[in-house]
Design a protein around this ligand. Structure first.
Ligand SMILES: Cc1cc2nc3c(=O)[nH]c(=O)nc-3n(C[C@H](O)[C@H](O)[C@H](O)COP(=O)(O)OP(=O)(O)OC[C@H]3O[C@@H](n4cnc5c(N)ncnc54)[C@H](O)[C@@H]3O)c2cc1C
Ligand code: FES
Length: 507
């Protein structure tokens, strides 16, 4: 991530700080060689690690609400008392230190023990949980089940060959060649054995026997469950023009896809990206970082206009053009012949590498076969349970009743998928937690992060605070005067405040 880190030099908090120097209610200092955030919530002071365990975001620049702190970058939330990562995308706790108040001074003492898995209050008679899918939702569910003290058998079946990975990185730093290999797995391989999670890779689940509560795995095996989570995600759409199946034409979803594109990029002078939405344009930026000439072909007049509106669309186009990307908008590829892509407009682009980023389709085959209620996705209730008791769905496949928009929505956002996995985990153990998180996503283009909170399928007005061109702005998407969503660039605190305001509308 190309955002600034907090200044590592600061006072030695173990020596104490005068209360008078803490007028802001927060201060970053250090204890030994570790950066520590000293922060007030109500009348109490807390000391926690200064950086988010997701991508190292500066927690001092986030917001404190109740006894939690939210990260400014992607809205992870940490409990100030225990350090627990109570909301994705962070999945590991921050460190916590004891704090003492002594004659007008605050002193940070020794570290507190990391939170241990809680004993599950109830497992509701559940002994065996099966998760189909080793992506954002599936992984977050498995991790949360163990964090909540679920001690029964837990299997995660994935038809991917790789353990769960940080998928957003595959179109950003990793594809650009700026991320080391160890950034990619969500957890080290040892995590699964240590947490007694039976991770089966290359395990294609081909059916669900709802009556006998079993999943069928290709090859003939089956696995019984008491609770089942379906988190099969989505697959990239592949256009079907002549030549679309050439070996240098790729889509991007898995780590294997990403590695294939990286291998292709090594010998490519020019790349063609088909599609000007999130995956397409992040891919374009990553390939530019590899010094490859990039052409983008897309049918729309402005990139990302459908989601972000015309102003942000024009801006996104301009930053890509500043980095040398050539757009062919209101155009499509009609055929690929050898290295030459023919365009509907009559032009042509010669490219050694082609990446299609033209949207995804939720992977619904299993849910359909099992007879679950389908509504342009798997229909789930507020607790993420499907139409069959004991079977839950989360992530890109789930259409849920979103209390903020009042609509049943399905989105394709990393943090939503993880948070849904976490809620489904709690509910599989007998909790009755509604999924009411405000949808959030981010996208990164070169050094420009765009953060988006809420859900606005349609709007009648966009107001712009600040200046988009100066990369300092906050856009409000409104319908009938009500703010449905907010998109911002380098206005992280305001984006977090918008999230809080949307949460409070429900109370
Ligand atoms: C390259 C890329 C970059 C992205 N960047 C961002 C971003 O910056 N911000 C953002 O908000 N979102 C981003 N997204 C979207 C985000 O990754 C998805 O919304 C999220 O991964 C959805 O999680 P999921 O668990 O529903 O599905 P996935 O993460 O796709 O996981 C689905 C899993 O199910 C498995 N599976 C499917 N069918 C079967 C079967 N029959 N048997 C066994 N296993 C099966 C798959 O192999 C996979 O392991 C990005 C997506 C991609 C591809
Ligand atoms: S860096 Fe904190 S949520 Fe991503």
């Amino acid at each position: 991530m190309a955002q600034e880190k907090v200044d590592p030099s600061g006072p030695d908090l173990s020596q104490g700080v005068e209360l008078a120097d803490l007028a802001d209610g927060r201060l970053v200092g250090h204890v030994g060689d570790e950066e520590v955030l000293l922060v007030r919530s109500g009348h109490e002071w807390f000391a926690v690690g200064a950086h988010c365990t997701h991508y190292h975001g500066p927690l001092a620049e986030g917001i404190v609400t109740g006894e939690t702190v939210r990260c400014p970058w992607h809205h992870a939330c940490f409990d100030l008392r225990s350090g627990e990562a109570v909301r994705a995308p962070a999945l590991s706790p921050v460190e916590c230190w004891k704090v003492e108040q002594d004659a007008g001074r605050i002193v940070v003492r020794e570290k507190r023990k990391q939170p241990k898995p809680r004993a599950a209050k109830t497992t509701n008679g559940v002994g065996r949980i099966v998760i189909v899918g080793g992506g954002a939702a599936g992984f977050a569910a498995a991790e949360m089940l163990r964090r909540r003290g679920f001690a029964g058998s837990l299997a995660m079946l994935s038809d991917d060959g790789a353990p769960p990975v940080d998928r957003p990185n595959l179109s950003k730093d990793y594809l650009a060649g700026n991320a080391p290999e160890d950034w990619v797995p969500l957890k080290p391989d040892s995590f699964y054995a240590e947490n007694n999670i039976e991770l089966q890779l290359n395990a294609n689940v081909t059916g669900i026997d709802v009556k006998n509560r079993e999943v069928k795995i290709a090859g003939g095996k089956s696995l019984a469950y008491d609770r089942l989570l379906i988190a099969t995600g989505a697959e990239p759409v592949r256009l079907s023009f002549p030549g679309a199946d050439h070996p240098h034409v790729h889509t991007l979803r898995s780590l294997a896809d990403c590695r294939t594109i990286i291998a292709g990029a090594k010998n490519a002078r020019r790349a063609l990206v088909i599609g000007a939405s999130f995956i397409g344009l992040e891919t374009a930026a990553a390939l530019r970082a590899r010094d490859i000439e990039v052409h983008v072909v897309a049918p729309e007049a402005r990139p990302m206009e459908r989601v972000l509106g015309p102003q942000m669309g024009d801006f996104v186009r301009s930053i890509h053009e500043e980095h040398g990307v050539v757009f062919h908008l209101q155009d499509t590829v009609t055929a690929i012949d050898g290295r030459r892509a023919m365009l509907k407009s009559g032009g042509a682009v010669d490219a050694e590498l082609v990446v299609m980023g033209v949207g995804v389709r939720p992977r619904l085959a299993l849910a359909e076969q099992a007879g679950l209620s389908i509504d342009r996705g798997v229909a789930v209730d507020a607790f993420l349970q499907t139409s069959v008791r004991g079977i839950y769905a989360a992530g890109d496949i789930a259409r849920w009743p979103d209390p903020h928009s009042g609509e049943r929505i399905r989105v394709e956002h990393w943090v939503v998928a993880e948070c849904q996995g976490q809620t489904a985990a709690a509910n599989m153990l007998g909790s009755e937690e509604r999924f009411d998180a405000v949808p959030f996503f981010w996208s990164q283009h070169y050094d420009v992060p765009i953060n988006y909170i809420g859900h606005a399928a349609q709007w009648d007005e966009i107001t712009v605070d600040g200046d988009i061109k100066s990369k300092d702005c906050l856009l409000r998407y409104k319908r009938n005067g009500r703010v449905l969503a907010v998109a911002s660039i380098f206005r992280d605190v305001e984006n977090l405040q918008a999230e809080l305001a949307m949460e409070r509308e429900l109370v």
